[in-house]
Design a protein around this ligand. Sequence first.
Ligand code: ADP
Ligand code: MG
Length: 158
Amino acid sequence: PPYPILLEGVVQHGFGRGSKDLGCPTANLPDESLPDMVAAVKPGVYYGYAQVLPLEGQKSRLRPEDHQVWPMVMSLGWNPFYKNERMTAEIHIMHEFSDDFYGYNMRALVLGYIRPELDYTSREALIEDIEIDKKVALASLVRPGYKYTSDPFFSNHD
Ligand code: ADP
Ligand code: MG
């Protein structure tokens, strides 16, 4: 697929699959926000950058630094709720936010693929893989040519 892939939408409630318990909350983009081309992309774990912003004309409850552009890992999979006919994008942003940001606008710039989605038999194996994904993402993003934090797709927000 042609990178970067740009995604944007209002953060929705997910299935609450306890990702916060895993130390890895994932913010869900609405399925309608995923361009058709995303359906042609293979499911799996991707990396890139993301930014959370208040909706037009709304005041933010978050801190200024929460609105910066941060590294992210994204799980792209088939949504069982829609009989696996639609994809779902869940994004973990590598930043400690001061609060939840449901209802905020989220932009994501996807730069590459890490691995396929696996069926985990143990919670420990899943947590271990997520930790590796984060390291792979951070290592990938420091390479020259991956400087997208000032991309015009993102907003200068203070
Ligand atoms: P849900 O099933 O509703 O997606 P999660 O346990 O996955 O529940 O939590 C996701 C929510 O956590 C996001 O929608 C967001 O509001 C909040 N959140 C807080 N910190 C982060 C973060 N670093 N990355 C992603 N989401 C975060
Ligand atoms: Mg989630």
